[in-house]
Design a protein around this ligand. Sequence first.
Ligand SMILES: [Fe+2]
Length: 235
Amino acid sequence: MSELYFRQWLAGRDVAHDDPLAAGMANYVYVIGDRATGEAVVIDPAYAPEEIVAAVRDDGLDVVGVVATHYHADHVGGSLMGRPIAGVVQLLETCDVPVHVQRTERPWVERGTGLSASSLVEHDDRDRLLVGGIEVTLVHTPGHTPGSQCLVVEDRLVSGDTLFLEGCGRTDLPGSDPEEMYRTLQSRLATFDGAMRVFPGHRYHPAPSAPLSTLRQENPVLQPLEREEWLARYS
Ligand SMILES: [Fe+2]
């Protein structure tokens, strides 16, 4: 019997609490694991990777992998406007585990972090990752970056910078594509049940998560819109 372990930690508060950059960026770090087998993967372990691994171990689980929602330094480490952020490279110095990335994002993660290709495992849309007995589905959601991916575990959608509780990720950054973001938000995510709970990549809203059905009512980027109108408003 598997038993879901799910954690949402706010960088700058729950981890890396003395890091003003982390506090300013308000990134969420997620951990998905199986309490029964003691295995866990960390999603977007930026700012304080050693502390994150230690916190998972304190909860009685071992980190067996990392999943990157996308290549940005505030999610996987690297340089953010000249300021270094610790991330997957430092985590791998603590525990040598695979880093799961969407296939299209692999070269971006390599460039941004300096991680070697041998540490990265490429995934396609809807690949399933088994964490102990817990099944995690990786969903390719391009737009914010070419290989952004969301994670689905049970009734939860970990949405990275693809979808926030208000708005969506920027589409004016290197590798961004407003047209793909339109298709992601209006088509790809439209397949998911409204009862799913969305856990975003940043705390841009006081609530830590919200049902997808609520976002479909309240988040303007999910309102049904023709392509031209959506692009005129949000790109
Ligand atoms: Fe991002």
